[in-house]
Design a protein around this ligand. Structure first.
Ligand SMILES: O=C[C@H](O)COP(=O)(O)O
Length: 249
């Protein structure tokens, strides 16, 4: 049997929350934690990226512009995140798709720009509740994946992390069951495998949506779930640490 060597990732998405005090608390707690089994990422709002000192975790942005630079007021370039020591960037989050009308095609352009600047996209896919109820779940996820595959090519998925986040589970306390998460993660892997089976086996796929210390072990123990993208619980250092400790060993 082929054994994957996928390394777990737990990423905290602070969204538009947090402050300098939270950075201090996080750094104090995480600098003494034994987390050699997992890559921990924190994605704070842009102004706070420069406020982190230690190397207890990697940093990520929450979006980038699809432009490289220039007269685009309010936007942030991939090269700037790279200069501010970011290794990751969240792209295609459902909140940006909804609040900022980000289409599958725009998300694909951003993934392309991120890769060109050496950032690892945390590329989010996931269905709203009505899509799941109408039986279009897999077509919907496939279209989100295909837009990026056709823009950057399947080989680029060596350097892309996928996050499956069912929209109905985000910030609602309504977590996908471990079986529901596994079903979609397996589908994503099979969909990639239609193009390139080794890349499908190696691709890290995170689950996001109301992950907490109390449900993380069960979610992360699913065979195709390689970690999590954590919103609300990433704002509480102890909760976030317990989720990181729950990653597969
Ligand atoms: O990016 C993180 C997700 O949107 C999950 O958020 P949540 O953990 O608050 O449900």
């Amino acid at each position: 049997m082929h054994m994957s060597n996928r390394r777990p990732i737990v990423a905290g998405n602070w969204k538009m929350n947090g402050n300098l005090a939270l950075i201090k608390q996080m750094e104090a707690l995480f600098s003494n934690a034994e987390l050699s089994h997992v890559d921990v990422v924190v994605c704070p709002p842009f102004p706070y990226l420069g406020g982190f000192n230690g190397s207890a975790f990697a940093l990520g942005g929450q979006t980038i512009s699809h432009f490289e630079s220039g007269a685009h007021t309010g936007e942030t370039a991939a090269s700037m995140l790279q200069e501010m020591n970011c290794q990751y960037v969240i792209l295609g989050h459902s909140e940006r798709r909804a609040d900022n009308n980000e289409s599958n095609e725009l998300v694909a352009e951003k993934v392309d720009v991120a890769l060109k600047h050496g950032l690892i996209p945390l590329f989010c896919v996931g269905e709203p509740e009505d899509i799941r109820e109408s039986g279009q779940l897999f077509d919907y996820i496939a279209a989100q994946l295909d837009a990026v595959i056709s823009k950057v090519g399947i080989a680029a998925f060596n350097d892309i992390v996928i996050a499956y986040e069912p929209v109905w589970a985000i910030g609602t306390g309504k977590t996908a069951s471990p079986a529901q998460a596994q079903e979609v993660h397996a589908f994503i892997r099979q969909h990639l495998a239609k193009q390139e089976s080794d890349i499908a086996k190696q691709c890290v796929i995170l689950y996001g949506g109301s992950v907490k210390g109390s449900n993380a072990v069960e979610l992360f123990s699913q065979p195709d779930v390689d970690g999590g993208l954590i919103g609300g619980a990433s704002l509480n250092p102890e909760d976030f640490l317990s989720i990181c400790l729950a990653a597969k060993r």
